[in-house]
Write a protein that binds this ligand. Structure first.
Ligand code: NAP
Length: 285
């Protein structure tokens, strides 16, 4: 691309950022849409976070993505936070506004858009969430007013219980319940959509699944692993071997990026361009 005096800059702050696929998403979008915008990763440590946000604003940087470990810690340095991001308590996208940056969470709308494009409907669904970390919590919040029931299964059951309690207060109904991973036998005799939101099975430890027992997988009609490297995780293989349908997290990554790009440029990215970016992402995994 041609960098000139009008080039808009966007970027990613986090630590580490060396292996991120976000520049591929955003710079491909700029190329496909003919927009004069360049996207650069910036390694930022915790002690430099406030200065980085203020410095980015002073430099006129249009927007930033925020990744691990700053998604919650960046909140005090923002001028404003969008309602959904406030509910989730974490942002992954900053958009330059009047007196600073406004924070958004595009991870969850990204997951919703990814699921919709895969033909998955959340309304009145019976959902299992495996894990109770930052992303699992966000998934539970997002599902609170959609799913019929949410079961959060985690190695550390207290963390799952805290999320379930929070979601029930927010939803105003007893929608979420917590269980230890080992107690999946206590689930009702239904078939579930399972969202795999732990780190287990991620490259390089690809021969692991958070639950290994095959009988667990006969309860799952659709498995959605938020991991995208490897492209087919052991969790996905176990779901498929038990007769279910399985997806990885690459489309979530794609759409969280596309929604951020749309916010920065106040545009709507056509599906054909999203598909082209997705193709390039798959080639790069
Ligand atoms: P996190 O806050 O660190 O939470 C990690 C979760 O994994 C916790 O529930 C933890 O259980 C569980 N866990 C870790 N090791 C385990 C083990 N050996 N056995 C059982 N459970 C284990 O992580 P996060 O930020 O929520 O991210 C979770 C996943 O989402 C990651 O795989 C990440 O790659 C993926 N992700 C994908 C996208 C995307 O765009 N596709 C975006 C963000 C994140 P305990 O509570 O017991 O420790």
């Amino acid at each position: 691309m041609q960098i000139d005096g009008r080039t808009k800059i966007c970027g990613l702050i986090g630590c580490p950022v060396e292996h991120t696929l976000s520049p591929l998403i955003h710079n491909t979008l700029s190329e496909l849409l003919g927009l004069n915008l360049a996207y650069v990763p910036f390694p930022v440590r915790e002690e430099g976070l406030e200065a980085a946000v203020k410095g980015a604003y002073a430099l006129g940087i249009t927007g930033l993505n925020v990744t691990v470990p700053h998604k919650e810690k960046v909140l005090p340095y923002l001028a404003e936070t969008d309602g959904l991001a406030e509910k989730i308590g974490a942002v992954n996208t900053l958009v330059k506004s009047g007196g600073g940056y406004k924070g958004y969470n595009t991870d969850m709308p990204g997951l919703c858009r990814a699921m919709a494009s895969d033909g998955i409907h959340l309304k009145k669904e019976q959902v299992l969430i495996l894990g109770a970390g930052g992303v699992a919590r966000a998934v539970a919040v997002m599902l609170a007013d959609k799913a019929e029931n949410i079961w959060i299964l985690n190695r550390t059951v207290d963390r799952a219980a805290m999320i379930a309690e929070e979601v029930n207060v927010y939803a105003g109904r007893q929608v979420a319940k917590a269980l230890p991973l080992t107690a999946y036998d206590a689930l009702p005799a239904k078939r579930f959509l399972a969202v795999q939101a732990t780190n287990v099975g991620m490259y390089p430890a690809t021969d692991n699944a958070v639950i290994e027992e095959k009988d667990f997988y006969s309860r799952i009609h659709t498995g959605y692993d938020l991991i995208y490297n490897p492209a087919k995780t052991k969790f996905m293989r176990l779901v498929e071997e038990a007769g279910g349908v399985a997806f990885n997290g690459l489309k979530m990554l794609l759409y969280q990026g596309i929604i951020a790009y749309e916010l920065w440029n106040r545009i709507s990215v056509p599906d054909t361009k999203a598909e082209e970016v997705y193709k390039r992402l798959k080639e790069n995994i």
